[in-house]
Every structure is written in C-alpha cells, then in structure tokens.
Design a protein around this ligand. Structure first.
Ligand code: KG4
Ligand code: ZN
Length: 341
C-alpha cells in the first residue's frame, strides 16, 4: 500500500507523520514548543525556527521508527508550504525537499489550511471521505477563523474570514489580560468549567453587515472594560468571578462561531460540518455544536488532530496526489499562501 511522509512546521509545533493510503496514521509525532514561548506570552518567530531546526531530524526518526518504515519505503513526501511563519515554514519545507531529493521521492507541497480541513479524514479511506463531501469547514485556530465550502480535496470556496483577530488569538489575548499564561485557550477552557456563561453580558458581533466574516475586536474590548471596571486584583482574588468571566467570554465566541456556521449551512444547503484547528479542542464549542446543530452531521477531530500535526498534511497530500505532476524543486515557502493555491 502507498505511504506518505508528512512534515509540518508552520508555527510552533515540529511534526512528522507516516500515513497509509487507507488513511491509517502509522505515526504522528508532534514536538510542541509551548514551554519555550510561554514566558514571552506568544510565539517568538526566531525562537520557533531555531527550535524546528534542532528538532526536525529527531522527530523524523521517531515518526519513521514508530511507523516501522524506512525512508526508502515511503512513496512520497508532503510538506507544508504555507501559510505560517516564514522562518518556521522554511525549516520543514527545505528538510522535506532535501529528503525527497536524496531519496528520489516526489515532493508534494501542501496548504496548511487545506491540511486542517482534511484532518477529519485521518484514519478514513477514500470511499468514506468521498461520502462526506460536500461539507462546510469551520476553521478555528491561532492564526485563522474562517468558513469554507469544501467540494473536493483541493476545491474550496472561502465564504468568510476573520476581519481582525482569529478566534484562538482572542482566547490568547483575553488570557493575557487576565494574566493566566500562554496559550490561553486551554486555560480559559479549564477555568470556564466552573463558571456561569450568563454571568456577564458580552457582545456577539454577528448581526452586522459582515456576512460570514468574523470580527472579535468588539468582544475583546468589552472584556478589557469589564476587567478595568472590576480591577484585575479583585477578579483574581475571586475564583468564581474569574471562572464567570472566562465562561461568559467563551460562550460569546462559541455563539458567534456557531451562529455564522448555522447560517452558512442553511444558505449553502450543506448538511455536513467539520470544525477544525486548535480551538476545536474547546469543550464548550464541541458540546454546543452538537446541541445547536443537531440536524447536521458534525465532525470534530480528536484534540491531537485539531492542533497542528503532520498527519493531516500527509493525508491531504495523499488525497491530492496526481500520477505525473512535474517536480518543482524551486518550490518556496509562502507565509501568506491562500487556500486553493
Ligand atoms: O491550530 P493551532 O494548533 O495552531 C495554528 O495553526 O494557529 O491552534 C492554536 C490555537 C491557540 O490560540 C490556542 O489558544 C487555541 O488554539 N486552543 C484553544 C484550546 N486549545 C487550543 N482554544 C480554546 N479552547 C481550547 N481548549
Ligand atoms: Zn494550524
């Protein structure tokens, strides 16, 4: 059976994976740099690319070992071309290029967002995948918030994008305002479990003329004002108040995301929805999606496949491989790569 090696280094996770033609991930190794960036309150690009350089070969070895294959057994190599941090992307793409050249294997450059959209199919064969198309993709990550109509692997129509902060970024920034640590999404998710999502009335900017586009700056300002009004020390001294703010903020984000997704499903006459990207790990979003959109077939990957990983990169490469694409050894990383390119 054909197998693909995936390489992903677009942001702060170094990842290599081996995926088989029937969708099975034989390995999916992710080395997270969270601890390196935590003290800076966000990802530092220079530190990220240096860490990728140090980690990429050990991660590759581990991925091949766990899969029980050698580089020669791999049929082709897929690597993220963009979007992402340029210094980070270059490490993975150039490593993959070198491996492909030395081992005489085809190199398939992959769009990171297409990878996320495809993450729901890791573990599934082509027939299972084809049954799910067409579907609506809600991408919610640290760098992206968008709604995409997916008609086939590689065939996408962007319905809406974020006009300011991506949803993961809003979680991270609110966590920063509350001095909770980085990345903020998982921390807010945990604290919100003990909070009342109706305790604070935060705005839900969904009824504007923005259509399917997202805008979270108003929500962010509302949370900032709420913190200023009550005082950060007072909030941090009261476990309940902190949990209530987290739960109310989180519910506002989830409400916006699902209201737009619901609208897009209806207008595009789609029955199936995929929620992908790091924020798809969020407990409230996962539960609310199933409750509110119970007429739709909803797929949300397991957490390891929501955050950045190379299995999704290998899987979309497998789905899109063509018999005789000309090999472009001059392929370069593109930090602003658009979907469908
Ligand atoms: O997809 P991802 O790993 O990287 C990008 O491509 O951006 O997403 C990372 C983002 C971060 O902003 C992080 O705070 C958020 O996903 N995130 C969460 C949760 N887990 C990760 N946000 C909300 N709730 C979570 N449980
Ligand atoms: Zn991502």
């Amino acid at each position: 059976m054909i197998i693909a090696l995936g390489v992903e280094t677009s942001c702060d996770d170094t990842s290599c994976a081996v995926v088989r033609e029937d969708g099975e991930a034989l390995s999916n190794v992710v080395s997270s740099q969270t601890a390196l960036h935590a003290k800076y309150g966000g990802v530092v690009p220079e530190i990220a690319s240096r860490a990728h350089t140090e980690r990429i070969m050990p991660v590759l070895d581990q991925a091949l070992d766990e899969a029980g294959v050698a580089l020669e057994d791999v049929d082709f190599i897929c690597a993220t071309k963009g979007p992402g941090l340029i210094g980070s992307l270059l490490v993975g793409l150039e490593t993959a290029k070198g491996l492909a050249y030395a081992a005489r294997k085809p190199l398939i450059p992959v769009n990171h967002i297409a990878g996320h959209l495809h993450s729901i199919f890791v573990g599934e064969d082509r027939a299972q995948m084809e049954r799910f198309y067409p579907y609506l993709g809600l991408i919610v990550s640290g760098g992206h918030s968008s709604l995409v109509r997916c008609d086939a692997p590689g065939s996408y129509r962007e319905l809406g994008v974020t006009l300011d902060d991506a949803s993961g970024e809003v979680f991270d920034k609110v966590a920063q305002m509350l001095e909770l640590g980085h990345p903020g999404g998982p921390i807010i998710d945990r604290l919100a479990r003990d909070g009342d999502p109706h305790a604070f009335k935060f705005p839900r900017p969904v009824l504007t003329k923005a259509g399917y586009n997202f805008s979270f700056s108003g929500l962010k300002t509302a949370v900032r004002l709420c913190i200023e009004e009550r005082g950060l020390d007072t909030i941090l001294a009261s476990k309940q108040m902190l949990a209530d703010i987290c739960a109310s903020f989180q519910m506002a984000v989830v409400d916006v995301l699902l209201t737009k997704a619901e609208r897009a499903l209806k207008r595009e006459r789609l029955e199936r929805l995929a929620i992908v990207g790091g924020v798809a790990c969020n407990g409230c979003l996962r539960q609310a999606a199933r409750e509110r959109l119970n007429g739709s077939d909803i797929r949300i990957p397991k957490p390891l496949l929501c955050t950045d990983n190379a299995a999704m990169v290998a899987a979309i490469g497998l789905a899109r491989r063509k018999q005789d694409v000309a090999q472009d050894w001059a392929v370069n990383a593109d930090s602003n790569l658009r979907l469908g390119k």
